[in-house]
Ligand binder design. Sequence first.
Ligand code: SF4
Length: 188
Amino acid sequence: MTKNKLLLHICCGPCAMAPLELLQAAERDCELFFFNPNIHPSVEWSRRLDNAVRAAEHYELPLHILPGIDVETWRERAADGKERCKFCYETRMMKTAEYAASNGFDSFSTSLLVSPYQDRKAIIRAGEVAAAAYGLEFEAYDWRDYYRHGQDLARDLGLYRQKYCGCIVSLEDSKFYEKICAEHARLI
Ligand code: SF4
């Protein structure tokens, strides 16, 4: 693995914890990037951003934030199933690559690679296409064995651990839908 400057896209605080612990142990030159327009509603987006900020502070790493939520695009793709997730990875990896290339990074990766619930092959494909478009390296880590450990770290730090992936479709499909909506209503 190369030792260049890495931009790590983070989808949320809990998923960032184990990758950051491992990258720090490896003494990687690393900064963080939050860009997740898939997340719905805005109160959830803010909550996940707050947790990303706390994770960054915990590891004393700079966090770059690109705001923006695009609920309509994800709603329109409700019936697309796996294609919707593919689009979701491509959107986030392409923007991460663009930001990395414009800000002096040599490579990028994503905390999505810690989750056993995400489509690893589709994430890597999206990362590699984005890397090629901007002349960067996509670092395809396999952090899945550390997923539980990361969740424990997040719990110890008092981070909020969400019960759905992020987009409006995943929220509406969640068996915790009513509970989550009640929680959102309390936070507004
Ligand atoms: S389920 Fe998750 S990965 Fe798939 S589109 Fe929704 S937020 Fe993105």
